[in-house]
Design a protein around this ligand. Sequence first.
Ligand code: GLN
Length: 443
Amino acid sequence: MITLKEALELDSQALQELRNDLKKKIKANKELNAYVGLEEAGEGVPIAIKDNIQVKDWSVTCASNILQGYKAPYNATVIEKMHQAGLGAYGRTNMDEFAMGSTTESSCYGKTLNPCDYERVPGGSSGGSAAAVAGGIAIAALGSDTGGSIRQPAAYCGVVGMKPTYGRVSRYGLGAYASSLDQIGPITQNVEDAAILYDIISGSDPKDSTNAQRDDKVVPNLDPNRKLTIGIVPSYVEEASEDVKKAYGKTVEVLKKMGHTIKEVSLLDAKYDISAYYITATAEATTNLARYDGIRYGNRAPAQNIKELYINTRSEGFGDEVKRRILLGNFVLSSGYYDAYYVKAQKVRHLIKEEYEKVFSEVDLILSPVAPSVAPKFGELATPMQMYLSDMYTISVNLAGLPALSLPVARNDEGLPIGLQLIAKPYDEQTLFDGALGLEAAL
Ligand code: GLN
C-alpha cells in the first residue's frame, strides 16, 4: 500500500483512483472484518476511522448494540483538522465495545482477524484500525488509546501505533471511555507517516477543556541521528515471553551500535499499574456510560415504564465486558468503598507519575515491551483477569499521561510480529519520533 507521505503528493484524479482501488481491496479482504462500514467524508487522502470517533452524518456505535442507529451530528476535532490538511475520513474500523478490551472480540460486529495469522487476535481495542493498516487495506488509521489500545494492536499486527501526551490531541467528538486517560492517535505503516498524521490531528482546541492548547509540530524538525540516553527496565522485561525478551535484547544492541547511551532504570511493579488502572478506568467509564439510557442516543428497548426502559435498554444494549466494568466502576465509587479503592488508586497513580518523572530526569526515552507476548490465539486469554494482566506494559503510560510509540522490531520463529515501545516525557513527542525514526532505519 502507498504510504501517507506518498499519497499526500497525489493529484485529485490519482486520489480518486486510489479510493476506487482501496474499496476493491477492502471488499476482497472482507473476512478480516477490519471495517464495519465504508462511509466516505471529505475528498482527500483516505484515512480509516475507529468506530468511536464522530464523523458528521456517519453512524458511530463504539461497536455496541446500544448505539445502533445513532448518527454523529458533528465532526470530531481530529476530523476537522484532517479535512483542513487534505485528508478525508474513509471507512469505519472495528473495535472492542466502548474500547474496553485487548482483542477486538467484544465488538457487536464480531471479531477482527489478525492479517499475520487468521487464528490470532489483532489486539484491541483498536484492532480494526491496526488490522486494516497491516492488511494493506488502509493507508493509515486513527485509533484511541486509554490503556494501550493503539500501541498493543499495532504491535500484534506489525505496524506503527502512537499515543500522544494526554492533552495533545483534542478529545472533542471521541466517545468517552475513561476521560482522564483517553487519547486519539495514529496507526500507520511507518514512523514518518505517524509523525505526519500526529502533526495533523494534534494541537489546540477551545472545545476540549483538557486540551493543552499547544501547536508545536514534529515533522519540520525530525532528526533520526540524534544521540539519546535510553532507559531500559530489566525487571519489567523479565516478565515477558522468551521471544519478546530476545527481541528486546537485540534492539538494545542495535541502539548501542547507533551510538545511544543505554541506562538501566527501574519503575514500580506493574501489578500496581494494573490495579490503579482498572479502578480508575472503570470508575470513569461508569460515569461516562450513564448517558446511554435509551432516551438520548441510539437503541431503545420496549418497556412499560421509565425504570424498565433503563433496565431493558442497558441489558440488551451492552455486552458482558461493558456490564462487568459498569459494575466494577460503581463498586469502587460507592460510598463504603470510595476511599479504599478509588482514592487509593488516585494516590498510586500519582506515585507512578512521580516514578516516571524521576526516570526522565536521567534519560530521554524508555524502551519497554508493548505486550508480554506475540498476539494470542482466539480464546487463549480465557478469563477477564488474564486479559487485564496482558496490559501490564501499556497502562502506566496512560496513567502518567505520557507519549509513547509502538514500533515493530522483529518477528518470532513463527513469523509473528513483535513490537516494542519508546516512551517519552510529557510533550516531548519530538524526541519520541526522532528516536523511533532512527531505530526504524537501523532495524
Ligand atoms: N485493554 C485496556 C482496557 O480494556 C485498554 C483499552 C484501551 O486502551 N481502550 O481497558
